[in-house]
Ligand binder design. Sequence first.
Ligand code: ADP
Length: 445
Amino acid sequence: MLAAWSYAVLRVCGLVLLALAGGWVFGYPWLWLIVLALGFLAWQLANLHRLERWLAVRDPRGGIEAPGKWADVVAHVGRLRRRNRMRKRRLAELLREFRHSTDALPDGAILLNRRREILWCNEAAARLLGLRAHADRGLRIDNLIRHPDFVTHLERAGSAGGRSSVELASPLDEAVLLSMQTIPYGDRQNLVLVKDITYQAKLEQVRQDFVANASHELRSPLTVISGYLDDLVEDEKMPAVWGGPIREMQRQSQRMQAIIGDLLELSRLEAPGGETEHNEIDVAALLAQIHRETLALERRPRDVVLTIDTEARLLGRESEIYSAFSNLVANAVKFTPEAGRIEMRWRADSLGAQMSVIDTGVGIPPESIPRVTERFYRLDGGRARRSSGTGLGLAIVKHALQKHQGMLEIESEPGRGSTFTCRFPPERIVVPVENQIPHDQVPGT
Ligand code: ADP
């Protein structure tokens, strides 16, 4: 590198010396200098021109023969062009691999820009939704998939900024059930994942039908057994030694009847189809009824309080809402000592309306809170055996609330108590939401 520079400097010095020698021999040294300098400049321009022509050629293979420092410049540029070409090739290969692997995925993936236009989709998405991978690029997805649930889902996914999913029939085949999940990323862009869940949905349906049919079939024989056991318990001619076992059998058959009743109720709540009725439920009156029933119980906490903060009514099916609320209150009674307190509270705000059951009972450890709404999940065995529950109460509450677009929130601290809150969205509330002064506070005892 240094040698090449020295050579270039020497060449300039040589030219100056040549000019001076020419001037000394023939006179006019300045003229000699100017002529040689112009010749040197013309030579540089010719090299620049060749370099420029070489750069304009797309294929960077080969090079040009260039003298002096120009050879270094040509070598540098050639190296950069080769490196660039390799990088491009590697990127293209990566992109090809990415396309092949995403096309091999059984699930669909669609990239949407902030205007919900399709940037890219894989083969599975095209197959499941009937999209054309190339032709539909740049089109708005909600113009291509016009299912109202999907459009609402997209709006919610955009505004909530979180993950959410929706289930809908494929636009190509009604029998194919799809689950679509939208994941926001980047600058208000979205990734939509499409999964064929027909098989899982069928399995779930078979499971639900099996549980419903088995429960239904078991109900009649159990009613007969229970009836005979009731008679036997009251039969005075029965030897005393049989008294205890028969009463235990009666207790257990009642428990089985309660489980079957709860299983049938769960099956009914899970049954697909049919929007929940939109009857106006007077929640204040419903809670007052549950409050009266609780006060009438033989064993209950000392204070049972009802606080109604709003006159808001709920749109839905009264039997389901009654079942959900009374299950929560029954649990609060079961798990709160007699010296404790239970409060039922109904209030409303801009986010909708909430019914809370607050108790000062045994509470639930944090790790069990997410699991208590599972079917048959009960905390420690000893406590569960002592309580008369079926382990299905909170599952019924959860499903009943889901049918009303509501959700169950649980806060609890072991030894201090629990708060179960049923939240209902504004669409389910009838009276204009307003904060009213509590007008009904009914202390227990
Ligand atoms: P169960 O019929 O056993 O009450 P649930 O589904 O209603 O069944 O409740 C599941 C479990 O959640 C209960 O066994 C109990 O351990 C716990 N649980 C429910 N409600 C309460 C509460 N208010 N306080 C403490 N634990 C509760």
